[in-house]
Design a protein around this ligand. Structure first.
Ligand code: FMN
Length: 325
């Protein structure tokens, strides 16, 4: 007989899921719990029509939450079986198993969940020891996901510079972003959205979210700035919901591995949603798959504040409000 979750254990899982990164801090997930089964649900009603028209980032976010959920189950000393779902609101069904010893690696990653945050500022310097760099790449290399260190930073700068100029001048895009920025909608009360202070004015223009005031250096300067950072591109074999979930899960494993090693970073998907951008990226950088996210990391020069979260109670749908599909 496998023991069901206690209320305290449920709290551990909920806190871990809630601290996952998500597009615009929209936290597009919920948990449906029955005994030893935990379904991770995608809240499809969370829509970012301009930033994320196809909902790809929503699933990447759910993937990141899934990594946290799995680590929290392991931290509780329980085994689990994770079954990703290709369609419907349930993105993954997690079945808790028997007690098992938590590996030190899983425990370190679990402990890093609370420390990880988006660090959109400049880094102290870009020298990350080779072994640490390799450990990050290895943490994300899972079936169907390829973690790539981009070459041709001149080409990358050209593409990112172009995307920055397009997004800066896109009024519809900027209106949506403004609506998700903390100062715009009394975010303290809400617990979602991006804090104004989290969008560093001194960061690389492409490190955070491009706004109307974001300065755009010329391509050569941008290439030099990119060279002063550590960059990883997450690519997948396909571009299905399962691929998006896997990419998000891998991204979070890498991010937590970084946090566990006193590194900080931020993720970038904004330009990848511009029509034709990903195809250009694949051909210019000779990528081995479909790019889903760019991750930049380094040692922090300044601290970054944590971002807010929705109340934990909102993680659980009211009884009867969601069917298992
Ligand atoms: C799928 C995904 C896409 C994201 N895209 C961007 C982005 O393009 N630019 C950016 O600055 N942050 C991006 N973020 C970071 C989120 O804004 C951030 O995770 C969220 O605001 C919560 O803050 P935290 O990471 O400090 O917990 C993304 C995060 C995820 C999971």
């Amino acid at each position: 007989m496998i023991a069901a979750l206690t209320t305290e254990q449920l709290g551990v899982l909920a806190r871990a899921v809630s601290r996952a990164p998500s597009v615009h801090n929209s936290q597009p997930w919920q948990l449906l719990v029955r005994g030893t089964e935990v379904d991770l649900l995608e809240r499809r009603e969370v829509r970012l029509r301009r930033h994320d028209p196809s909902g790809r980032d929503r699933l990447l976010s759910c993937g990141a939450a899934l990594t946290n959920l799995e680590l929290a189950v392991h931290a509780l000393g329980r085994d689990c079986h994770v079954e990703p779902r290709a369609d419907g609101d349930v993105v993954a069904a997690v079945t808790l198993g028997r007690p098992r010893a938590t590996s030190s690696r899983d425990y370190l990653l679990y402990q890093a969940i609370g420390r990880r945050r988006s660090h959109r500022h400049r880094f102290f310097h870009n020298r990350v020891p080779t072994a640490v760099h390799r450990a990050l790449v290895a943490a994300g290399d899972t079936t169907g996901v390829h973690v790539v260190v981009p070459g041709r930073l001149d080409k990358l700068a050209e593409l990112l510079g172009f995307a920055t100029r397009v997004l800066r001048d896109d009024r519809g895009y900027q209106r949506e972003l403004e609506g998700w920025t903390a100062h715009a909608h009394g975010w303290d009360a809400h617990g979602d959205g991006i804090a104004e202070g989290a969008l560093s004015p001194e960061a690389l223009p492409v490190a955070g979210l491009v706004r109307t005031v974001t300065p755009v250096p010329d391509d050569a300067v941008l290439a030099d700035r990119l060279a002063a950072e550590n960059l990883l591109i997450f690519c997948t074999d396909g571009d299905t919901r399962t691929d998006h979930l896997a990419a998000g899960a891998a991204l979070q494993r890498v991010w937590l591995t970084a946090a566990a090693k006193a590194l900080v970073g931020s993720v970038l998907t904004q330009p990848l949603h511009l029509t034709g951008f990903r195809a250009r990226l694949v051909s210019e950088l000779a990528l081995p798959g479909v790019p889903q996210a760019i991750f930049r990391f380094g040692y922090p020069a300044v601290p970054a504040a944590p971002s807010p979260r929705l109340p934990l109670g909102e993680l659980f749908p009211p009884p009867g409000s969601r069917s298992r599909r």
